[in-house]
Ligand binder design. Structure first.
Ligand SMILES: Cc1cc2nc3c(=O)[nH]c(=O)nc-3n(C[C@H](O)[C@H](O)[C@H](O)COP(=O)(O)OP(=O)(O)OC[C@H]3O[C@@H](n4cnc5c(N)ncnc54)[C@H](O)[C@@H]3O)c2cc1C
Length: 435
């Protein structure tokens, strides 16, 4: 019997321990040029970009600004598309696939530059990221992918199974692919830095102001929020995995897929050194999509993944994540957990984010589990579009958001069936193939 939960903080992200004081709310502005809905990375970045182009901007959020995905994530900082080149070419076109691959490096550099320009202290470390292949076939597919990645100017290299010991202390994987330019951040400090940059510009950020209705009036909008009405010339919707009514058109196209994370108790330095000798950000190829890393202070392992595709009790999620962690590192079986939490990724049916516009209503969303770089990057692109700035250009204006017949709107009930399918079929099959 393992004592894996101990006295773990249930539901509170480990990252929040580093945020000393809470931030005061600004009163709601009744008028602005651009209203940004959502105060995560994409909304805050949109606000900065629109303001710096001369617009009068206001930001509203349904809850406490930043308490959604942007302070709950794994802090893996990179911009590599989730799908391979052939898959993207098939779903969109070869030109769009090329353009999306080509934008990975500029997007990463742009986000690093944002951190430098705003002097954000978010424990940024250039650790590199390794994608670890769970099966032989997945390793072959990864090697194939590196060709396309390298042609787009991104630094990448293959690690054969025999050399993997320098990267990770397990023999579970068939090999890996390293993106040396990818980084680690502290996600909550990153969010707080962006929030400070917004505040420094005098942009009001109002929490607990859910937009319950958005009317088109004259050439602009009136947003009906929980704290009153706001008139705005244009609106930028940055609600990603938390998109719901009244934004039904978007909620049909970007659905909430939960991801779960555990943090271990502090571990001895020699154990951390054995588990993660490469100190990289680590992600797996298996559909369970585990991702793991050492905490910025070097003392804990943070281990995330798909404990379930719908909300489940956190004690159960903790148990499943712990078991998955032990399938990689059996020596972790007696390690206790300090924190267990979850958050919503905003998944697009095409697995790629999108920026776009419908008559003055702009959006940046669909980050599909990878938004520490792409959310602020595309938030800024949406803002440039809204103000008519030529920096708006991006391949992600062409990555159309799709509907799916299994998700006609409302709650994503199809995830129950998907959850059953993945846990009982896909995961088992992958484990058989991994032998
Ligand atoms: C557990 C987890 C781990 C992850 N790990 C990584 C990782 O390691 N690397 C990576 O790159 N990405 C990761 N991601 C994804 C990344 O965190 C997100 O893509 C990114 O934070 C999205 O930012 P955002 O600003 O678009 O959305 P969010 O930060 O989710 O913010 C959306 C905001 O919209 C607000 N909102 C919704 N509806 C309304 C309304 N009607 N009115 C007003 N406000 C509204 C919400 O309250 C919320 O604050 C992870 C995500 C999760 C959940």
């Amino acid at each position: 019997m393992i004592n894996w939960t101990g006295e773990a903080e249930m539901g509170r992200p480990y990252w929040w321990e580093a945020l000393e004081e809470s931030v005061e709310d600004d009163p709601l502005k009744d008028q602005c040029d651009i209203l940004v809905i959502g105060a995560g990375y994409s909304g805050l970045s949109a606000a900065i970009a629109a303001h710096d182009c001369g617009a009068k901007v206001a930001v509203v959020d349904a809850g406490v600004p930043g308490e959604a995905a942007s302070t709950r994530n794994g802090g893996m900082f990179g911009a590599h598309p989730r799908l391979g080149w052939e898959d993207l070419a098939g779903r969109f076109s070869p030109e769009i696939a090329d353009a999306v691959f080509a934008e990975a490096k500029p997007a990463l550099n742009w986000a690093k530059q944002l951190i430098a320009q705003e002097s954000i202290d978010c424990d940024l470390q250039v650790t590199g990221r390794i994608q670890l292949a769970w099966t032989r076939k997945q390793f072959e597919a990864q090697k194939h992918l590196t060709g396309h990645v390298a042609r787009s100017g991104v630094d990448v290299h293959v690690v054969e199974r025999g050399d993997l010991g320098q990267e990770v202390g397990t023999n579970r994987y068939f090999g890996g692919v390293v993106f040396p330019d990818h980084c680690a951040i502290h996600p909550a400090k990153y969010h707080r830095g962006l929030l400070n940059a917004v505040r420094k510009r005098g942009i009001p950020v109002t929490g607990n102001a859910r937009v319950n209705g958005l009317e088109r009036v004259g050439g602009g909008f009136v947003a009906n929020t929980a704290q009153g009405k706001v008139r705005a010339g244009k609106v930028i919707l940055c609600t990603n995995g938390y998109t719901s009514k009244p934004f039904n058109w978007y909620a049909r196209r970007v659905f909430p897929l939960p991801s779960f994370l555990i943090a271990t108790e502090e571990l001895p330095a020699n154990l951390i050194g054995h588990l993660a000798p490469g100190r990289r950000m680590m992600v797996e190829t298996r559909a369970r999509h585990s991702y793991f890393r050492v905490s910025p202070d070097g003392k804990r392992i943070l281990f995330g993944g798909r404990a379930a595709m719908r909300d489940i009790p956190l004690a159960e999620a903790a148990k499943r994540q712990h078991e998955t962690m032990c399938s990689v590192w059996p020596e972790m079986k007696d390690v206790r957990l300090s924190h267990v939490w979850t958050g919503n990724t905003g998944f697009a049916f095409n697995h790629l984010p999108n920026v776009g516009e419908d008559r003055g209503l702009h959006h940046a969303m669909g980050f599909s589990g990878s938004g520490t770089v792409m959310a602020p990057y595309l938030g800024a692109k949406a803002a440039y579009m809204a103000v008519g700035d030529k920096r708006a250009e991006t391949a992600y204006a062409d990555t159309r958001l799709k509907t799916h017949f299994l998700h006609p709107g409302g709650k994503p009930h199809f995830l129950k069936a998907a959850n059953f399918w993945y846990r009982n079929w896909v995961d088992r099959l992958e484990n058989l193939r991994a032998r």
